[in-house]
Design a binder for this molecule. Sequence first.
Ligand SMILES: [Zn+2]
Length: 135
Amino acid sequence: MPTYEQPFPEIRGVEATFWAEAARGRLVVQRCRVCRAWVHYPRISCPQCAAADPEWVAMSGRGTVYSFTVVHRAGTSAFRGEEPYTVAIVALAEGPRLMTNVVECPPEAVAVGMPVRVAFRPVSDEIAVPVFRPA
Ligand SMILES: [Zn+2]
């Protein structure tokens, strides 16, 4: 496994399920059991109606680029040398959106509406970061 120099996710609470599933190659997002709103990032209650304990739902991993930016100058030293890289908001086929990276695609080829599919970038024995590549 290549050395991973970027900051690791801090797993301190309800997000443990998200990261445990990602380590198994599965993308999951919470959904409110009461109002059915998607809840992402992971939380202990629904931000729309305050109902507790949203359920975890497996995503297909398919989506489209909703918005993106290309980073040409990293804001922190941890990401220097990675530039240019694409930071994107991906709209999953099921509806929720998440911030991620588009990989295995030159930044100039990324476009809003581009179909993408999840992949998992292993960064440690316990953590794999969901990223997206062209579908
Ligand atoms: Zn709700």
